[in-house]
Ligand binder design. Sequence first.
Ligand code: AMP
Length: 226
Amino acid sequence: MKLILLGAPGAGKGTQAEKLAVKLDIPKLSTGDILRTEVSRGTELGKKVKSIMEAGYLVSDEIMIKLIQNRLEQDDCKKGFILDGFPRTIPQAEAFEKILDNLPTSMGDTHVLFLDVRQDELINRLSGRFSCKDCGANYHRLYNMPTQQGVCDKCGGKNLIQREDDKEEAVKIRLELYKEKILPVLQYYYDKGKLIRIHGEDTIEAISSEIASIIDNKKDIKFANA
Ligand code: AMP
């Protein structure tokens, strides 16, 4: 099972990818999380991308393609994976197909899920979002508070912070870039008959059961261009 989750910042890709990874027992590959780990470890890559990420801009295709290629070559990806945050541009989508051609796997059984959320709802979600600095778990002031205030449910850490790129200026840039770069990627998968649209404004649980039923009944998948 290979899944790509597409959608704007704040569409809920990370939350759903997390649940799917547990359900399907395959790794979630979040390029944002991988980069944030590099930044917090202060690696060469982390130093290179820190300010780009904090301002809400995209990291170069060259860096991202290399990063995902290395990750996909690891053993835990052999039985499948969930991509969250990649591909985000047409060159990334094209490179991804070439990478798959060189792995013992193919694009054929890759499903692309698009979490569709309106812009005003995205702004609402992003501005209330906070996350755990230690493990990256996401929370929201209105919809998804940790059980114990100030403590991460997942790792017990007490560093719950608002991401730099969830601040107002960076959010504006991210949504602009989304429109410019990601809409063509949606079109790319639509044209290939691979895009499955999910209404992304239900509750987290409702969306996750819709995705689960799509995956469990693959014959019933409603492709966006069917
Ligand atoms: P995310 O957590 O997916 O919103 O990603 C956070 C930030 O990481 C983005 O705003 C970009 O700066 C960078 N990033 C993550 N994935 C990609 C990608 N596929 N291409 C370019 N930049 C990326």
